[in-house]
Design a protein around this ligand. Structure first.
Ligand code: WTA
Length: 657
């Protein structure tokens, strides 16, 4: 069995990794991307993007490509009008592809459904009519809290069709996390299911909605899809999807909206306890998701079968399951469940069943597959795979090579794609068929994108040097702000390198000797656990909201499978019960975090300590706690207000063992 190394070791390897894999002549000859794209974009960036926007159907053409006069608030394709859902659905039917399968949906218990573009058009139209019948229209906000079932995609596209903003909340988030996300954007409608399948068993989902809605007065109706047939409590706000949607006419005339009409809000963790509602708009977002999906994944709509394993609760699901792929007339697999239900070969079984040719996943899952063993994918016919993608965190070269050998048959190009919820679409990635790939490096900004590695002063570092990743040109799918908080938008992204006008991504990066970019992880208090962004402050606030906790500090410690694991240090209140610090008390705290945020935020480890290391100004020195969490000798303690604190912590932990 292959073991993946810890992140520290992976980083060392990463800095000495020098293998490259040139594209085969055969792949290069048929590739969508061409080397000239880089030159074209450099010669005239705006003309380049205007050309990409022509991939879409515009009801009214724009009269200005970019208006950056009110930076950092961009307007792209100013004056243009389009309907995003029409672009993802109807125009494919109108061009004679109504019988093409859009979605091969695979349910966790083994049920499946093939949905053609013609059927998708009918389903989305019915859902749009249902939204209209509930009085939902342009600019209204709709929360979607659902498992990976076709109705989740119908619901998103129906919102886009009527001009409402969807606010998709990952189905693994708690009622409390759902409530704050509904309230912050004052959603009028919530779309959910009775339950969801998780690892082979139905689990209720609607009770969390009931709890959230009880504390969110903006919600007028809750539309409920029956998925697991779980019995649910019913309130006068609730409406069954099958009663309302199924009785609607299956035709709906889409209205064209302004290019800058808001499309969705998606909450993501920042460095404070409050998640940020990232706002995306229509024309620029769809242009860049469509362009990147076409070139980075080399999609051939007539022959490829594409599969992105993300959940629609994250931005990857928005941009690379819904908008990019469907705008390109994809045939794709959507899978509801977990990768080891009912067995560890489930993904490969699905690849074989549908002849998947493009597969896009996260490094944490690749490392999990490595742990399960190469003999599992070897049992299936994976010869249809021709492009592999990675997203969400740096991929260590060992995992990259394993992926290439054991999934890609030693030949499929791997695209390591760097981007964020805020960037809306892929920004840095090799172009398959054009660029020789390098294990562990996302390599270079896509044509039309400006990215640099700079030092503290905002000066670009030399080849071989490291610093911060910045984006130095506005891009079409960039966020248009944080919902309801202009100040925070400016502060978070545009103040760090305000003088230079750079967007600060929050990631560390370096150039290798060829000038290729290697991402090195977050430089702020955001953790990356299995590719999910979780802020240390958010978990700390959850912990201190428990009656037994006086103070808490949270760090992300290297984890061989999940990238980072959450490690919490807590000070308990005096006399916090007989079992203070015992297994029961720790379990109660972990469960409390799951209840406050969601199971994905449960600390891997909680250590009870007598003190926390703080500077004279009271700032917690997480660096020292990280040393403890990663079992290293504790670093420089001279800036601590009380330098004996670390001895106290270490001594306490020793005696626990
Ligand atoms: C990290 C996910 C290295 C990075 C699309 C970024 C990556 C954060 C990569 C955004 C990659 C994403 N290599 N790191 N290929 N892709 N990241 O908003 O730290 O969930 O800032 O968007 O994930 O996470 P988000």
């Amino acid at each position: 069995m292959t073991q993946s190394p810890g992140q520290g070791q992976a980083l060392d390897n990463l800095l000495t990794e020098s293998r490259t894999f040139p594209p085969s002549a055969e792949f290069a000859a048929q590739a969508n991307a061409r080397p000239e794209l880089y030159e074209e974009a450099k010669a005239d960036r705006e003309a380049f993007w205007a050309k990409q926007a022509e991939r879409l159907h515009w009801e009214t053409k724009w009269d200005q490509v970019l208006d950056w006069s009110n930076a950092p608030f961009a307007k792209w394709f100013v004056g243009g009008k389009l309907n995003v859902a029409y672009n993802c659905v109807d125009r494919h039917v109108e061009s004679g592809h109504g019988d093409q399968v859009a979605i091969h949906w695979e349910g966790e218990p083994g049920d499946s459904r093939a949905i053609t573009y013609a059927e998708l058009q009918r389903e989305v139209s019915k859902a749009a009519n249902a939204l209209a019948s509930l009085g939902i229209g342009a600019e209204d906000r709709v929360a979607i809290y659902m498992p990976m079932i076709p109705e989740a995609i119908f619901a998103m596209l129906a919102c886009a069709r009527v001009g409402a903003l969807h606010n998709v909340v990952f189905g693994g988030f708690s009622a409390e996390a759902l409530r704050t996300r509904i309230q912050d954007s004052a959603c009028r409608l919530v779309i959910t299911t009775d339950g969801q399948y998780r690892r082979g068993t139905p689990a209720p989902l609607k009770p969390a909605v009931d709890e959230a809605v009880a504390g969110a007065p903006s919600v007028e109706k809750v539309l409920v899809v029956k998925r697991t047939d779980t019995e649910v409590a019913w309130t006068d706000k609730d409406v069954w999807w099958h009663e309302l949607v199924d009785s609607q006419p299956d035709q709906h005339t889409p209205e064209a909206f302004d290019s800058e009409h808001p499309l969705f809000i998606l909450y993501t963790s920042g460095t404070t306890g409050k998640p940020k509602g990232i706002l995306h708009t229509s024309g620029g977002y769809l242009t860049q998701t469509s362009y990147t999906h076409h070139n980075v994944f080399d999609l051939k709509p007539d022959t490829d079968v594409y599969w992105c394993t993300a959940d629609i609760g994250w931005v990857t699901g928005h941009s690379y399951i819904v908008y990019g792929p469907l705008s390109n007339r994809v045939t794709q697999v959507v899978y509801e469940g977990t990768p080891n239900t009912p067995h560890e070969g489930r993904h490969w079984e699905i690849v074989q069943k549908y002849g998947v040719s493009i597969y896009y996943t996260a490094p944490t899952l690749i490392r999990t597959f490595m742990k399960w063993g190469a003999d599992i994918p070897a049992k299936y016919d994976l010869s249809s795979l021709r492009v592999l993608g990675s997203v969400g965190e740096p991929i260590n070269p060992e995992a990259w090579i394993w992926y290439r050998e054991n999934v890609g048959g030693g030949k499929a190009p791997i695209v390591d794609t760097w981007w964020q919820t805020e960037t809306g679409a892929i920004m840095i990635s090799p172009l398959p068929g054009v660029v020789s790939t390098k294990p562990g490096s996302a390599q270079r900004p896509l044509p039309g994108i400006g990215a640099k590695v700079v030092n503290d002063e905002g000066v670009e570092v030399e080849h071989g040097g490291g610093g911060y990743l910045v984006l130095d040109e506005p891009w079409p799918s960039m966020l248009r702000g944080i919902w309801g908080d202009e100040e925070r938008y400016r502060d978070t992204y545009w103040s760090r390198f305000g003088e230079q006008g750079f967007y600060f991504a929050g990631d560390g990066a370096k150039y290798d000797d060829d000038g290729d970019i290697w991402l090195l992880g977050r430089v702020d208090d955001v953790m990356n656990v299995s590719g999910h962004r979780i802020s240390t402050t958010e978990v700390e606030s959850a912990l201190v909201s428990h009656p037994t906790v006086a103070e808490a500090a949270v760090v992300g410690a290297s984890d061989a499978t999940t990238g980072q694991g959450i490690v919490a240090f807590v000070i308990l209140r005096g006399g916090a019960g007989d079992d203070a610090g015992g297994a029961e008390a720790i379990k109660a705290l972990r469960d409390h975090v799951a209840k406050e945020i969601g199971p994905i935020a449960k600390p891997r480890q909680i250590m009870v300590v007598p003190e926390l290391p703080k500077t004279r100004s009271g700032k917690i020195m997480r660096r020292l706690l990280r040393d403890v969490a990663e079992n290293r000798a504790v670093g420089d303690v001279t800036t601590l207000a009380d330098s004996s604190v670390m001895d106290l912590i270490s001594a306490g932990l020793q005696s626990d063992k």
